[in-house]
Design a protein around this ligand. Structure first.
Ligand code: PLP
Length: 453
């Protein structure tokens, strides 16, 4: 049963029978199957039927360098040939993992000197939760175990991270959130009563953290966790200055700050990290996606030196800190990560900033469309929010299935965007996107919107 002997239809049937897809209705998948992708080049994907589509979502906001980057393939092959695997356990290591940790520590906001590698974003968040728990035990404050996060936040799918996530689909049926996981209102300017006033939006998050900490007890709260821009909740962009205000609030209240840059890292919003925009250095930073641009699985938790030193000092020197994965610091993924970062630093970040201006231009322009209530973005991360009434900002009845119809229409118009259930269209094109390709993305999305009317 090699692919050459299999018809496309039988492949789709096998998929329906055996493959459980992430965040997908089991029955829906049995009924409709999947769009099976076959190859990619730059901004373009081709499916098994030969249909060519423009990917305006970089896979799943991860293929930030675009498809078909030969130099990445070369370093992965070379590393596989030389040393496909090296454990990080028992005082072993490998050159690519060490060099990548050093590179990340040098690129990251100040003080984040220590790197633990994971396989993706979910286990990066989960590892951060474990280290935070360990830290408060280490410093003799074992009662500090409550976590606060934002409504509309997404922090992955691990058993603990999915509870910090505040999207109903990730809680329903999974007994989440856990009793120590709490959520406060999102800094969502378009849906905020004083959304036009940046200072008011910022002040409301600060006040919400203060109120939640007062309710739970300052001696009970471990950390506040947020994305600098909320991705999977519908690309919610807080005002500039928000992240810095949160950093100051966490310091004042004596709680750690975990910033989840799984989407926003590696030039997605312009600078290498969204934290850089505001000069913020969190206690924990989680990364994945753009780290290896989807060419190999990898994530990372960066830990502030003061946390690291406290954990290091707390345990008897001979005892391990019992957290680890077989594939932590996988040499092939690490070699890929080093090459991907080289590409960012050799033109891609700059190209992303340039195309980001064209993106802003189109977001501004499309706001005039009768269905568009709001547009928002930073760098090459953005969204269009559709409404049934621009005055009242009313959404759509669920039975209209706007997201499902748009996903179909955009596919028919040969462009991939992310259609969220709350009638938000998300964009995250690769940093290699040209201005012409950006124009084409909007031409195709606008045609899809017109067909939806
Ligand atoms: N954190 C954020 C902010 C994310 O957007 C995601 C994935 O979309 C994750 C964590 C989980 O990452 P992964 O899907 O690699 O496990």
């Amino acid at each position: 049963r090699t692919p050459a002997h299999r018809s496309n239809q039988s492949l789709v049937d096998l998929d329906r029978q055996h493959l459980i897809h992430p965040v997908t209705s089991f029955r829906g998948h049995e009924a409709h199957g999947a769009r099976v992708l076959a190859s990619g080049d730059g901004m373009w994907l081709t499916d098994i039927e030969g249909k060519k589509v423009l990917d305006a979502f970089a896979g799943l906001w991860c293929v930030n360098v675009g498809y078909g980057q030969e130099s990445i393939v070369e370093v992965a092959m070379e590393q596989m040939r030389r040393l496909p695997y090296a454990t990080g356990y028992f005082h072993f290591g490998s050159e690519p993992a060490i060099l990548l940790a050093d590179k990340l520590a040098s690129l990251a906001p100040e003080g984040l000197d220590h790197v633990y590698f994971t396989l993706g974003g979910s286990d990066a968040v989960d590892s951060a939760i474990r280290y935070i728990t360990h830290y408060f035990n280490a410093i003799g404050k074992p009662e500090k175990k409550q976590f606060i996060a934002l409504e509309w936040g997404y922090h992955g799918s691990s058993s603990n991270g999915a509870g910090l996530t505040a999207l109903a689909n990730f809680h329903r049926g999974f007994d989440l959130p856990r009793p120590w996981q709490h959520h406060i209102a999102s800094p969502y300017p378009y849906r905020h009563p004083e959304g036009h006033d940046d200072a008011a939006v910022i002040a409301s998050t600060v006040a919400a953290i203060e109120a939640k900490v007062a309710e739970l007890g300052a001696d009970k709260v471990a950390a506040f966790c947020c994305e600098p821009i909320q991705g999977s909740g519908g690309v919610i962009v807080p005002p500039r200055g928000w992240l810095k205000a949160i950093r100051e609030t966490c310091d004042r209240l004596g709680i750690l700050m975990l910033v989840d840059e799984v989407i926003t890292g590696f030039g997605r919003t312009g600078p290498m990290f969204a934290c850089d925009d505001e000069g913020v250095s969190p206690d924990f930073l989680t990364l994945a996606k753009g780290l290896t641009a989807g060419y190999a699985p990898m994530g990372a938790v960066l830990m502030a030196d003061h946390v690291y030193q406290s954990i290091a000092d707390s345990a008897p020197a001979a005892l391990p800190v019992g957290h680890g994965f077989t594939y932590s610091g996988h040499p092939v993924s690490a070699a890929v990560g080093l090459e991907v970062i080289r590409l960012y630093e050799n033109g891609l970040l700059e190209n992303g900033k340039k195309t980001g201006k064209r993106f802003d231009h189109h977001l501004d322009r499309i706001r005039a469309h009768p269905l568009v209530g709001d547009t928002r973005g930073r760098g090459l991360l953005g969204a269009i929010e559709l409404v049934s009434n621009k005055e009242t900002k009313a959404g759509f009845a669920p039975e209209l299935d706007i997201a499902g119809r748009l996903s179909q229409l955009t596919w028919e118009n040969d462009v991939i965007v992310r259609c969220f259930a709350n009638a938000v269209i998300g964009f995250a094109p690769a940093l290699c996107c040209s201005e012409n390709e950006m124009d084409l993305i909007f031409e195709r999305v606008e045609r899809s919107l017109d067909q939806l009317l």
